[in-house]
Design a protein around this ligand. Structure first.
Ligand code: NYM
Ligand code: MG
Length: 212
């Protein structure tokens, strides 16, 4: 008998919303509950493509804007075989950023439409749940200074937030908005509850294709 598949759960949001902290806590909670869970993050800076992206983000190299957008997408596609294998084995994937960050960040640059940005990611494994950790810019600013990576300025992050809002209007994706200004534990409880529902719903459904 085939085992039930895992769920694909993505956390999105602007920088400093708490995605990485919450992904880690969610994986721990699922594993403590006896479920197979695995954390991934995009960009995955460890692959050959990921190293090009990492150098770009650290301002150690310059890449043309369209070109780097396609590299971010290629970095997701190169991990699709692994993602599918894990999901089919019954492992739930908790993913720190996905195609939505890809579209939101590139389309925050001048001259990029949302539709152009979505195209290379059409057909990726579709998340069963996308949790958007929403934090207003002033609350984010209180969480400390931005780092020195590319895109880490408040004016750019404002534009990214606006693009995320546009993406969230798409009802073919299961978006859930989380108030990320709450305490770490409160945010975690909300995320856990929504994730448990998604896990159950995913069991009897094939893995979908994003934006198709
Ligand atoms: N980013 C992330 C993109 O511009 N496109 C993408 O497709 C993805 C997945 O890279 N500022 C941006 C968002 C972040 C940065 O940061 C990665 P971090 O802290 O490693 O998540
Ligand atoms: Mg970050």
């Amino acid at each position: 008998m085939a085992c039930k598949r895992g769920a694909l759960i993505v956390l999105e949001g602007v920088d400093r919303a708490g995605k990485t902290t919450q992904c880690t806590k969610l994986v721990e909670a699922l594993q403590d509950g006896g479920r197979a869970a695995h954390m991934m993050r995009f960009p995955d800076r460890l692959t050959t493509i990921g190293q090009l992206i990492s150098s770009y983000l650290e301002n150690k190299s310059d890449l043309e804007d369209h070109s780097v957008h396609l590299l971010f997408s290629a970095n997701r596609w190169e991990l699709v075989p692994l993602m599918k294998k894990k999901l089919e084995e019954g492992t739930t994937l908790i993913v720190d950023r996905y195609a939505f960050s890809g579209v939101a960040f590139t389309s925050a640059k001048p001259g990029f439409s949302i539709n152009w940005c979505k195209a290379p990611d059409v057909g990726l494994p579709k998340p069963d749940l996308v949790l958007f950790l929403q934090l207003n810019p002033s609350a984010a600013a209180q969480r400390g200074q931005f780092g020195s990576e590319r895109y880490e300025t408040s004016s750019f992050q404002q534009r990214v937030e606006g693009r995320f809002e546009e993406l969230m209007a798409d009802t073919t994706v299961n978006w859930q908005v989380i108030d990320a200004s709450q305490s770490i534990d409160e945010v975690h409880e909300n995320i856990k509850r929504l994730s448990m529902n998604a896990l159950t719903a995913a069991e009897d459904r094939p893995i979908g294709e994003l934006w198709k």
